[in-house]
Design a protein around this ligand. Structure first.
Ligand code: ATP
Ligand code: MG
Length: 265
């Protein structure tokens, strides 16, 4: 077997590739790094390649020799494997703990930029505002929230007048919490829905601008932040389209780096 491990800021992603091309994927929280290292000790039959910000730490814990490749190279190798290497140029946005934006074209790739607003922001702000720390719980709660009492839309500012840009765009995330008379009775569901709105709109806006700069419109969104996270996908999809881009959410988008690493093992 070939094993690829992408140890990121929050989650460890593991891809096991069998000799017949079978693929086994799993995730673990980054605090289980030493357990993963122990598990690797029992897999001396396999070829292993690690990547991601915590890969040096993982290597240091592991007795046997393991290869490593840079995070972006691993992501691109995974993208080439899962999306095809002859696909027309596109922008790839990885919403991990932080967000990283790349241009991918046949025969090359380049990092265009990024933003500190990412999946970690979703977790941190949600915790601050609600006390919740479980990703699934936060996403589930957001599903029942509405943003109208928290976020200020362009149409709120231009009430009764014709706005110069679509009224549905957010004029200012969280601004209503300042403009309203009191802070009573704001449901936690609304707060987390608005946190997801802030993250999704920032990620989509930055990605569409990056795509425009490269003359592209297709944007492939990956990273565990989208895992079973329809609220985030909905915001990113709608905002990307509203701003003229074409959003794509590939299956197993959180495993691009791990699969890329497995391919190099
Ligand atoms: P980076 O690439 O920035 O170093 P990473 O590789 O760990 O970080 P991902 O695994 O792609 O990042 O995404 C992490 C994000 O995924 C979290 O910030 C959170 O929003 C979301 N997430 C999804 N599932 C979970 C989970 N079970 N526990 C914690 N966060 C989760
Ligand atoms: Mg990552």
């Amino acid at each position: 077997d070939k094993i690829g491990i992408d140890a990121g800021g929050t989650l460890i992603k593991i891809a096991c590739m069998g000799p017949e091309g079978g693929l086994e994927l799993r995730k673990a929280p980054v605090r289980e790094l030493s357990a993963i290292s122990a598990w690797l000790g029992g897999r001396r039959d396999a070829r292993v390649c690690v990547t991601g910000g915590k890969s040096a730490q993982l290597k240091a814990m592991t007795d046997e020799a393991v290869a490593d490749i840079p995070e972006f190279a691993a992501t691109m190798a995974g993208a080439e494997y899962l999306l095809g290497k002859d696909s027309p140029a596109y922008v790839l946005t990885n919403v991990g703990t932080g967000t990283s934006i790349h241009r991918v074209q046949p025969g090359g790739h380049a990092r265009i930029g990024g933003t500190g607003v990412g999946g970690g922001t979703l977790m941190g702000l949600s915790r601050l505002l609600t006390g919740l720390t479980d990703f699934e719980e936060i996403v589930k709660l957001a599903q029942s929230g509405t943003r109208g009492g928290v976020d200020l839309k362009v149409s709120d500012i231009y009430a009764g007048a014709e706005p110069p840009i679509p009224g549905d765009l957010t004029a200012s995330n969280f601004a209503k919490l300042f403009l309203r008379d009191d802070m009573d009775d704001i449901p936690k569901a609304d707060l987390v829905a608005s946190v997801i709105g802030l993250v999704g709109e920032t990620v989509a806006t930055t990605s569409v601008l990056a795509a425009g700069q490269s003359g592209l419109s297709s944007i492939v969104y990956i990273g565990s932040s989208f895992f079973r996270n329809e609220p985030l996908k909905d915001v990113v999809r709608a905002y990307t389209v509203l701003r003229g881009g074409t959003p794509i959410f590939p299956d197993n988008g959180e495993f691009f780096g791990a699969i890329g690493a497995a391919l190099s093992a």
